[in-house]
Design a binder for this molecule. Structure first.
Ligand code: GDP
Length: 308
């Protein structure tokens, strides 16, 4: 890619898309194209196809998606499946029709089987059953991976799929009903601290293990691949280390300065017991995550909308 290549970043108001835009700008890319939802509805096939025909970007980041935490995924199952299938199908097929040769599809580590060996290698995809709480979202993301692979096989495109682990950072969703665990715990700890509460509620048993990647690291990894013209198979992006939800809650409380007790709400689901990505394929290309978890959580806290 040249500094003036036209790069279309979808989902630029979201956590991932906005991080990719920041990283591209920092890297000197000057021709970044974005569209708000009112300007371009990604669920509208003909609008997306017309956009590609008119704009003909050199590269597309598929960072737009309907996303959410365990409760949102489990509740709005039809919306997660339908909207994600349409967004990725419209973007990938639309890019192909306009002869856009390069594209990066962002997925999620939940595409892998629930009970697969850890750390999770890319080749474990489709070797077992999925975690039920986010199966519709995972099926949509698996379809996206297969779209990129199939357009490459049938039409010789260079579309790549990247699977990040659990992400956090600026522009995260802090709505407690629909957010992921890390922003939820930051907000709960902050509010408990502000109110002078004695305790804070954490969903589930605290025992599940999760790996957390700062979104700026993800964006850096994506631009690393773009700049190396990577057009190989599916790639995991993570830190290579995980913590229990209980340990995460302790770190968050420490960062916020809240000294109360943790109360586990076992009526809420644990979800997947563990999903630690094997990141050796990406490491072999020369990239690794840089942000230590505690420093990243502190930075996310200071960027949170409720931080004063
Ligand atoms: P997942 O990685 O797809 O399971 O999504 P989440 O990030 O929403 O949840 C990860 C784990 O954190 C699950 O075991 C949740 O039950 C647990 N968890 C603990 N407290 C919370 C909370 O307040 N919000 C969310 N979303 N998850 C929580």
């Amino acid at each position: 890619m040249n500094p003036d290549s036209k790069i279309f970043v979808t989902g630029h108001r979201g956590m991932v898309g906005s991080a990719i835009v920041r990283r591209l700008q920092a890297g000197g890319y000057s021709n970044i194209v974005t569209r708000t939802r009112t300007e371009l509805d990604l669920l509208d096939q003909s609008a997306v196809h017309t956009f590609f025909r008119d704009e003909k970007p050199d590269y597309v980041f598929v960072a737009a998606a309907k996303v959410g935490g365990i409760q949102a995924n489990n509740t709005f199952r039809a919306d997660f499946l339908y909207q994600n299938l349409l967004i990725e199908a419209n973007l990938i097929h639309g890019a192909h029709l306009a002869d856009v040769d390069r594209l990066m599809f962002l997925g999620s580590s939940c595409i892998y089987p629930r009970d697969c060996n850890q750390p999770i290698k890319e080749e474990y995809l489709l070797t077992g059953s999925l975690e039920p709480t986010n199966e519709p979202y995972a099926i949509a993301k698996i379809a996206g991976v297969k779209l990129t692979e199939s357009y490459n096989r049938q039409y010789g495109r260079k579309y790549v799929s990247v699977m990040p682990t659990n992400l956090y950072g600026p522009n995260d969703n802090y709505d407690l009903a629909s957010s992921h665990v890390l922003p939820a715990l930051l907000r709960k700890a902050h509010e408990a601290h502000t109110r002078g509460d004695q305790e804070m509620v954490v969903w589930g048993s605290g025992a599940p293990r999760r790996e957390f990647l700062h979104v700026d690291d993800l964006a850096d990894g994506c631009v690393f691949l773009l700049e190396r013209d990577y057009d190989g198979p599916l790639l995991n992006v993570g830190t290579g280390a995980d913590v229990t939800i209980g340990e995460l809650a302790e770190i968050v409380m420490d960062v916020v300065g809240f000294r109360g007790r943790i109360v586990y709400d076992r009526s809420k689901p644990d979800g997947t017991p563990r999903k630690l990505l094997d990141v050796s394929r990406l490491a072999a290309l020369g990239w690794r995550a840089r942000t230590p978890l505690r420093a990243g959580i502190r930075a996310a806290y200071e960027a949170a909308p409720f931080f004063e």
